[in-house]
Design a protein around this ligand. Structure first.
Ligand SMILES: [Zn+2]
Length: 391
């Protein structure tokens, strides 16, 4: 225990208004956990005054080293909060010799303090995406800044109402004014919310989602072919689902040969695979007519193939052509969209039972904003206050 004592100054700062007064009503010893000294956990003991302030009435005295009502000092809170971002809260609590509740409160204050004091970004492109939480049909909607790759908002559900709340309350007017494009999937409620709340912004469909539909169609073709196939196809086609759904450029060596053998046996599967691979080119054109012509040619190539699943996909793409071609004007960084989603999944996996939505959002913001990249960043988080001297 370290006993702290004031020297020199006779007047105390009111925690309500920040004014100084000498009128003390009572004194009580209070304790704060602080950074360790050598191998020992440290508790500070300080007789905190209750003051009679001219403006606020009876208030406690303000201390420089801790927030009002906090049970740990500010610098200790920073250390615990920072550790909690790279280890479970229970682990950080044990490491610093505090209870789980204290560590959790420290973490929350740490993250809130960081979130309130940092600069607000005004991205040109934002993303509106759904994520699945847990088993069953529990969905959340995530609003993200896809220019800087950061999460901006999180709400339960994936309804139009949810999306609208996200766009209106989690973004201020200045931020909404800067938005040129919204990257989202073909989920109807999201599209409705974007058209009503951001009439000036264009919708750009997420490439990943479009290709997911294409892979689903390819999978249907595989299932059909496998169903009515003879013995040769069965021996070659068994257990090839994941291989078939992978992109050609990511398949290597012997796996490539396996695929080629499969295609040699079944031409229709080969055709469907090639058609899926070609869809990549939808995002390589500079003008909407280019995209349109490519898609028409793509659908034309289907004509005599008797691949109803791919034809359905073609009709689907034509219906959503506008959102796909919008990429020509708004080159959204799909790689950033993907990496944000991956980070979100990682945080969710670690925060398995977390029920507190506010805390989860802050953790997601931290994980995606990735604010510590250098020694100087780290120092900024750990050294908060200047050294006071009353000599
Ligand atoms: Zn006061």
């Amino acid at each position: 225990m370290i006993h702290v004592e004031r020297r020199g100054i006779r007047r105390y700062t009111c925690s309500g208004c920040g004014g100084r007064t000498g009128r003390v009503r009572s004194v009580r010893d209070r304790t704060w956990d602080d950074l360790p000294w050598a191998a020992h956990h440290v508790t500070l003991v300080y007789p905190q005054r209750r003051l009679v302030c001219r403006h606020c009435g009876v208030r406690t005295e303000r201390v420089e080293f801790a927030d009002p009502k906090a049970r740990v000092t500010r610098r200790f809170r920073q250390l615990i909060g920072l550790d909690c971002q790279s280890m479970p809260t229970s682990h950080a609590a044990v490491r610093h010799g505090v209870s789980w509740g204290k560590a959790r409160r420290a973490e929350l204050t740490f993250l809130e303090h960081w979130d309130q004091t940092r600069r607000r970004q005004r991205p040109r492109h934002i993303g509106l995406d759904e994520i699945q939480r847990g088993k069953g049909q529990r969905f959340w909607t995530v609003l993200s800044d896809v220019v800087h790759g950061e999460v901006m908002g999180l709400r339960q559900d994936r309804t139009e109402e949810t999306a609208r709340t996200l766009l209106t309350t989690d973004l201020d007017a200045a931020q909404r004014g800067r938005i040129q494009a919204v990257c989202t999937d073909m989920h109807r409620p999201y599209l409705n919310a974007v058209t009503t709340e951001l009439p000036k912004a264009d919708v750009v469909f997420d490439k990943f989602h479009v290709l997911q539909h294409a892979s689903a169609a390819l999978d249907d073709v595989r299932r059909q072919e496998f169903f009515r196939a003879g013995a040769v196809m069965r021996t070659h086609g068994r257990g090839k689902r994941w291989l078939l759904l992978r992109r050609w450029k990511t398949v290597r060596g012997s796996k490539r040969r396996e695929l080629q053998q499969l295609f040699a046996v079944n031409r229709r599967l080969f055709k469907a695979y090639v058609l899926r691979e070609q869809l990549d080119r939808l995002w390589s054109y500079k003008t909407p007519p280019g995209v349109g012509n490519f898609l028409i040619a793509w659908v034309e190539a289907l004509r005599w193939q008797r691949l109803p699943e791919m034809e359905k996909l073609g009709a689907f793409l034509v219906r959503h052509l506008e959102g796909i071609a919008a990429y020509c004007f708004h080159p959204v960084r799909f790689g950033v969209v993907e990496s944000v989603n991956t980070t979100i999944k990682g945080v969710l996996r670690r925060a398995r039972g977390m029920r507190d939505e506010h805390m989860l959002l802050l953790k997601l913001k931290w994980a995606t904003a990735h604010p510590i990249r250098s020694a100087r960043d780290l120092a900024r988080f750990l050294d908060l206050q200047p050294v006071y001297s009353n000599r």
